[in-house]
Design a protein around this ligand. Structure first.
Ligand code: PLP
Length: 374
């Protein structure tokens, strides 16, 4: 059976060049980058070359890139240190952030007694900027934490505007760009963000590695202790092969960005056109202008078919994600869809279909065929 992977917002297939780079390092460059002998120095060169390359892609300076084990760690670190060390008294975020931000903010609220305010959302899941201004006008040391692209519905934040407004009110600005980096241009100098977080496995790099962009002189303190790595900000021997793989993956993503964006946008449009034919009452959850690789669709299927849909697709070798987790009856609905859909729609079957350049029109056709036969 041909297997079809349409769940690229969950994780992505590694590019062959990334695998080649990583396996070469695994077999040839095992030195610890902190060692002063030649083995260590070779690994240190690889590490610092990766740092420079990543910095270049997002117009940062190399010293502003700190490697972490994943996006979740980087989000936890920045939010926690902002409260603990930078004395932030309030976090403004939204109810549709990834749990790496939402749960961290909630823990910090109970641990440090800070305020957590949630900015209002428009019906399509976009941020209500009028409400953001309203919240910011209360005078408190604040960190605004808003994701660039939502991982479930693909809504895109106008980062430039969000940073400008936040800075107008002297708030710090953190953004989770796990779903957007490598898929859209990001220039940290131009945007002026204070903190940004990324994860390699979302842009055809390896799992278990990510990075934080931390603007110069931020005052952030470490989450872990026990080593001088990453200028003392992130103790622990660096996973050189993963870091180099991440840098290569990001280089390739930006090298091919224009052609891959056009190609993937075409696949999404094709999916929408096919849904319009077979399921004319389907709805796109979130904004019409969501990122080009994610389509979260609510399907007009009867209740008896709702529970079976993912199982049915999986049996046919097709991998997509639940848009709403209600379908099994035992799990909670998606916190994102629960915010933007009304009660009736949230229990209907929604699917998140997310593409990469490895997908084809035939994949969309196979998905449609499988959906029609439910
Ligand atoms: N933030 C967003 C928006 C995500 O989509 C994810 C992954 O699902 C994460 C953070 C977590 O990243 P990682 O898997 O690297 O911990």
């Amino acid at each position: 059976m041909r297997k079809i992977y349409l769940d690229n917002a969950s994780t992505t297939q590694l590019r062959p060049e990334v695998v080649a780079e990583m396996t070469k390092i695994l077999s040839e460059d095992f030195g610890n980058p902190s060692s002063t002998h030649s083995f260590g120095r070779s690994s240190k060169v690889l590490l610092e070359t990766a740092r420079k390359s990543i910095a270049k892609q997002i117009n940062a300076t190399a010293s502003e890139i700190i490697f972490t084990s994943c996006g979740t760690e980087a989000n936890n670190w920045i939010l926690r240190s902002a409260v603990k060390d930078l004395k932030v008294e309030r976090i403004i975020t939204s109810k549709i952030e990834h749990h790496a931000v939402l749960h961290t903010a909630q823990v910090l609220q109970s641990e440090f007694g800070i305020a957590v305010d949630y900015v209002a959302l428009l019906p399509n899941g976009e941020i209500d900027f009028t409400d953001l201004v309203e919240l910011l006008s209360q005078d408190k040391k604040t960190l605004v934490s808003l994701m660039h692209v939502n991982n479930e519905i693909g809504t895109v934040l106008n980062l430039e505007k969000a940073v400008r407004i936040s800075h107008d009110y002297n708030a710090l600005f953190h953004t989770d760009t796990v779903q957007s980096i490598g898929k859209t241009e990001i220039d940290v100098q131009h945007l002026g963000v204070d903190f940004l977080v990324a994860s390699a496995h979302k842009f055809h790099g390896p799992k278990g590695v990510g990075f934080a962009y931390v603007k110069k002189n931020s005052g952030l303190q470490p989450l872990f202790f026990g080593g001088e790595q990453e200028k003392g900000l992130r103790a622990g021997t660096e996973a050189v092969h993963q870091i180099a793989g991440m840098a290569r993956a990001l280089e390739l993503s930006y090298e091919h960005l224009i052609e891959e964006r056009n190609y993937i946008s075409g696949l999404k449009s094709y999916l929408i056109s096919q849904l319009e034919i077979d399921f004319p009452e389907f709805k796109l959850n979130g904004s019409e202008d969501g990122l080009y690789n994610i389509a979260n669709v609510l399907l007009p299927l009867s209740d008896d078919k709702t529970g079976m849909i993912l199982f049915h697709l999986d049996m046919k070798g097709i991998a997509v994600s639940r848009g709403s987790a209600c379908q099994s009856g035992s799990v909670k609905p998606s916190h994102v869809l629960a915010e933007i859909l009304d009660k009736e729609d949230v229990i209907k079957p929604s699917l998140r279909i997310s593409f990469s350049h490895y997908n084809t029109k035939e994949d969309v056709e196979a998905l449609m065929e499988a959906l029609r036969s439910i």
